[in-house]
Design a protein around this ligand. Structure first.
Ligand SMILES: [Zn+2]
Length: 122
């Protein structure tokens, strides 16, 4: 029993170690919220120094050439608990505490660079 339990508990640590830039999933540090308002709001609350990128689900570059747009998690328009429809409407969010990771994710996943919000990312 001993080593099985030991292995089970060691796993999250191993995955965390490999997570960053390791071969097992480079994007462990990016959280994607699609139709998940409570998950999204929890992430924003737990990561006040994080970054949130907003992209239309259709990924229509002609209609929304400025997306994905990245904000600080503290920007009111993307994290105010009084607002809703952050991830349930036309848009979804992908988030990270590391801006470079988010940029890399956006380029590899969507082939698009992040646009910086003119209000909070100046
Ligand atoms: Zn902003």
């Amino acid at each position: 029993m001993g080593w099985v339990d030991g292995f089970r508990y060691a796993q999250p640590i191993l995955l965390a170690y490999l997570g960053g830039k390791g071969f097992m999933g480079k994007y462990e540090a990016v959280a994607v919220f699609d139709n998940d308002e409570s998950g999204y709001l929890k992430w924003v609350e737990a990561n006040p120094r994080g970054f949130v990128a907003n992209l239309d689900k259709a990924k229509n570059i002609l209609r929304y050439p400025m997306y994905p747009m990245v904000h600080k998690a503290t920007h009111g328009s993307i994290s105010s608990p009084t607002r809703r429809n952050y991830t349930t409407g036309e848009y979804f969010k992908f988030c990270s505490t590391d801006l470079d990771t988010l940029e890399e994710y956006s380029q590899e996943k969507f082939g698009r660079r992040l646009t910086y919000c003119q209000q909070c990312m100046r």
